[in-house]
Design a protein around this ligand. Structure first.
Ligand SMILES: [Zn+2]
Length: 106
């Protein structure tokens, strides 16, 4: 493809973007948080999603952004105990004694 054909394709690409009201990447970036939190107007959401369909960079950025939020939330959650809570010794003795039909020591 010669340089003039490339320039023509580039200009056509941008002309279509402008005439169809497609968001630029910079504009789309401003809507990422509101998109993930379902706070966009339906019209803006549709324009944003149209942009995502045509822009691998913004799709990748949104995926990374979403994953970052998930990891941050996971770090904020309390850790899960590895072996569960330990049973108090007195309770353990009471259970063993009950199974033997013996009263536990007091
Ligand atoms: Zn983009």
């Amino acid at each position: 493809m010669n340089i003039l054909a490339r320039v023509k394709d580039f200009l056509t690409y941008w002309a279509v973007k402008i005439t169809h009201g497609m968001l630029t990447c910079r504009e789309a970036d401003q809507f990422m948080v509101d998109y993930l939190e379902y706070r966009l107007d339906p019209q803006v959401r549709e324009r944003f999603e149209n942009h995502l369909e045509n822009c691998i960079c913004c799709r990748n950025f949104l995926t990374a952004y979403r994953r970052t939020i998930e990891l941050a939330r996971a770090c904020a959650e309390p850790p899960v105990p590895a072996a569960g809570p330990r049973m108090p010794p007195a309770l353990m003795e009471a259970i063993i004694a009950a199974r033997k039909g013996v009263s536990p020591p007091s």
